[in-house]
Design a protein around this ligand. Structure first.
Ligand SMILES: NC(=O)c1ccc[n+]([C@@H]2O[C@H](COP(=O)([O-])OP(=O)(O)OC[C@H]3O[C@@H](n4cnc5c(N)ncnc54)[C@H](O)[C@@H]3O)[C@@H](O)[C@H]2O)c1
Length: 256
């Protein structure tokens, strides 16, 4: 399995890369953060003989994406799996208080970025002629709106329908496209969100964490391993007839 994971320097992307390498895969990590180099070395150490490549780039920039996907395909000898994971949260303020620059950046990274990377990788997969798997990381906020997350929710709703459209376009090539929609994962993005909400509400960070956990039917935050497990299933032959779907990884909170 030759996989490209965007936003793989930390958080959910890193956990997915670790799982793929443990399962015998080779991985290219594309991230805007220079920490991606160190992450790649640590992930590679999980399985002697594995190939793990670090690529710096901004998924919102077409030139970075074209170069990055080219480098990933060259380093791995092709791409069988794309995990379209890079994303930013944006602020937690009401839309009336958010600048157009921030709105544009959230859409540019989360939606345009996902489109650019999927387009570049789809071209590689079609050329290979051996099918493939694209997993777009959406969000519970792409399944239902959230106050204080208008631009982010719009971007992730876009990702969900990007999946539907690409599943139809790429099915003739044996390329399956699905969304994983996480909710309340224990990563820096989520905790930054809670720190902002705590600062505005007058509650402590710990109180915000407790409020979130109390609202989750399974009673805990999600982890990168939870998302990695869903990716491992989607890429397996057990999911060979699954395309165009959204898999929620949210402890049941989407139902509350
Ligand atoms: N944490 C959650 O609760 C949660 C819930 C739903 C969805 N998600 C989604 O999961 C994905 C991963 O989030 P996370 O929680 O691991 O966040 P994170 O902030 O820990 O990691 C995000 C990674 O993406 C990289 N990145 C950001 N902008 C980039 C860009 N322009 N180009 C390339 N790389 C870029 C960052 O450097 C970082 O390594 C995101 O798409 C996020 O929207 C997270």
């Amino acid at each position: 399995m030759r996989a490209l994971v965007t936003g793989g320097a930390r958080g959910l992307g890193r956990a997915v890369a670790e799982r793929l390498v443990r399962d015998g895969g080779d991985v290219a990590l594309l991230d805007i953060d220079e920490a991606v180099g160190g992450t790649a070395r640590e992930v590679a150490a999980l399985r002697p003989g594995s190939r793990v490549t670090a690529i710096r780039g901004d998924v919102g920039r077409e030139d970075d994406v074209e170069r990055g996907v080219g480098e990933a395909a060259a380093a791995l000898g092709g791409i069988d799996l794309l995990v379209n994971n890079a994303g930013i949260g944006g602020s937690t303020r009401p839309l009336v208080d958010v600048s157009v620059e921030e709105v544009r950046r959230v859409i540019e990274v989360n939606l345009v970025g996902a489109i650019l990377v999927a387009r570049a990788v789809a071209r590689v997969m079609i050329e290979q002629g051996t099918g493939g798997c694209i997993v777009n990381i959406g969000s519970i906020f792409g399944q239902r709106g959230e106050a204080g997350a208008a631009a982010y929710s719009a971007s992730k709703g876009g990702v969900a329908l990007l999946t539907h459209s690409l599943a139809l376009e790429l099915a003739p090539y044996g390329i399956r496209v699905n969304t994983i929609a996480p909710g309340n994962m224990a990563t820096e993005m989520h905790f930054q969100d809670l720190r902002e909400r705590a600062a505005r509400s007058g509650r402590t960070f710990e109180e915000e964490v407790a409020r979130v956990v109390q609202a989750i039917p399974l009673g805990r935050h999600g982890t990168g391993e939870d998302v990695a497990g869903a990716v491992a299933w989607l890429v397996s032959d057990d999911a060979a007839y699954v395309t165009g779907q959204t898999i929620g990884v949210n402890g049941g909170v989407v139902l509350t």
